[in-house]
Design a protein around this ligand. Structure first.
Ligand code: PHE
Length: 470
């Protein structure tokens, strides 16, 4: 397929200099790596990773997670970034520019970012509320006396979750309004290093608690006996794969969009390795911050989503200076969440700019408002709107599952099929090699992964979610 098209795209370099200056872009490779890592590092690492690991057998889950990061994560990151840089467009424009028949695949990416952000910012709003609660009680030994009751009352109320969500969206919008280099890149350069400092402070506290080793061995030493049946194994495999997608921000058009702001000197392959490395480092640090503390106080690591909002406050209650650590902890979660939410908003905003020809200001405000509106329904889904249950699910679960189990895997499968079969790995490599970087030598591996391994793995996620296996 497409020999002619391939030749035409080789001989006809996409002229993007004028476009690029108008659209803005990252000022350096380092700036890009920090922003893209900021996108990857988020609630997925600090909220999801420890609880999913906790529910899925700790070390066993971690091994599968590492394997899928290498097998699927890195190749898709490479494909998304090259597609973005090659076309200098948002996901819709990128696919359209290369092959009109695939425009809809870009649409899935934009829709996915829209949907993910609408619930992501709800959780961001919860984090914001917890931060304020700890901030108000910094000097008190106990900030949240009854964590379970506090959490239940909080999520079933209306005002606080909605306000939190709106504040979070406002913060995200303000950064995106600033543009790619002055807004997104600049804040990532400050926030990401700050995040590392904060998380290390909490890790030091956590691993020096009595019996902390129990949490560490749970996280790092695989207990193969936890695989009690094939269904359990499948469950672990699928959650590891889902986690790789979510945590690396793939399938939602983010890396296509960020890639479209890349300079041609940036080494895409190096970036596609650095981002998962840093992202996994933060996930491991988050696990080391949370699990030892949970084990130390004899709590249950398999608590699920409540691990962050219920179990951890219980831990902080029992810790000397617990309120201060609680404050630092929720601050770091907020920081991580904001650098991810800006990348999600940027996908939708760039669609408004490139495709709908809006100004950045107009696009940012309109997109943020639309997403905030959908998010309000989600924010109320445990409270005032709890009886609104489309398809028998709470709005929160519906949106969460729509993104996790359908849109992100679909986005992932299209990027693989498109880059592996339609555009062809040769074109991808041509783009990688631009800008005088060391020529790429793993063509077979990249091709095999994009054409076979990744699509088959993603199909497994899709089939299993359709048949309700996970
Ligand atoms: N990777 C982010 C996290 O781990 C979430 C995200 C998903 C961001 C998809 C962008 C796109 O929290």
């Amino acid at each position: 397929m497409g020999k002619n098209r391939k030749i035409s795209s080789i001989t006809k370099p996409i002229s993007n200099t004028i476009d690029a200056t108008k659209r803005g872009g990252f000022s350096s490779s380092m700036g890009f790596i920090l922003a893209a890592t900021g996108s990857a590092v988020g609630l997925g690492n600090i909220w999801k990773f420890p609880y999913v690991a906790g529910q899925s057998g700790g070390g066993v889950f971690f091994i599968f997670y590492l394997v899928f990061t290498l097998l699927i994560g890195v190749p898709i990151l490479i494909a998304e970034m090259t597609l973005g840089r090659k076309t200098r467009q948002n996901p819709v424009g990128a696919y359209r520019k290369l092959d009109k028949r695939f425009t809809f695949a870009g649409g899935i990416g934009v829709a996915c970012a829209f949907v993910v952000l609408s619930f992501y910012s709800v959780i961001g709003g919860w984090v914001f509320n917890y931060l304020i609660t700890y901030g108000k009680n910094l000097l008190n030994t106990i900030a949240i006396a009854e964590p379970v009751q506090f959490y239940n009352e909080f999520i079933s109320s209306s005002l606080a979750p909605v306000t939190g969500h709106l504040v979070f969206m406002l913060l995200t919008c303000l950064i995106v309004l600033g543009g790619v280099s002055a807004g997104i890149e600049k804040t990532s350069k400050i926030l990401l290093p700050a995040l590392f400092v904060l998380i290390i402070a909490v890790v030091v506290r956590s691993v020096t608690l009595p019996d902390a080793w129990k949490g560490l061995s749970y996280l790092f030493i695989p207990d193969w006996s936890s695989i009690t049946s094939t269904t359990k194994l499948l469950e672990i495999v699928l959650s590891a794969m889902g986690q790789v997608f979510f945590t690396l921000s793939i399938g939602a058009g983010t890396m296509i969009t960020y890639g479209s702001y890349l300079t041609k000197e940036t080494n895409i392959v190096k970036a596609a390795c650095m981002i998962p490395l840093l992202d996994t480092l933060v996930a491991v640090l988050a696990g080391m911050a949370i699990l030892p503390a949970v084990f130390s106080f004899g709590l249950n690591p398999g608590e699920g989503p409540g691990l962050l909002f219920v179990t951890l406050p219980t831990v902080f209650n029992q810790m000397p200076f617990g309120s201060i650590f609680g404050f630092i902890f929720f601050l770091l979660v907020l920081v991580a969440a904001v650098t991810s939410s800006v990348s999600l908003l940027e996908v939708v905003v760039s669609f408004g700019i490139d495709t709908l020809k809006l100004k950045r200001k107009t696009s940012s405000v309109l997109c943020a408002l639309a997403i905030a509106l959908l998010g309000v329904i989600t924010a109320l889904s445990f409270g005032a709107m709890s009886s609104f249950r489309p398809l028998g699910l709470s709005m929160f679960d519906l949106i969460n599952q729509l993104a996790d189990k359908l849109l992100m895997p679909l986005g992932g499968i299209f990027i693989c099929v498109f880059s592996g079969w339609v555009l062809g790995v040769d074109d991808i490599i041509l783009e990688i090699n631009r800008g005088g970087v060391k020529p790429f030598t793993h063509k077979k591996l990249l091709s095999f992964s994009l054409r076979y391994i990744a699509p088959v793995c993603i199909l497994m996620i899709l089939v299993s979610s359709l048949f309700g296996l996970s």
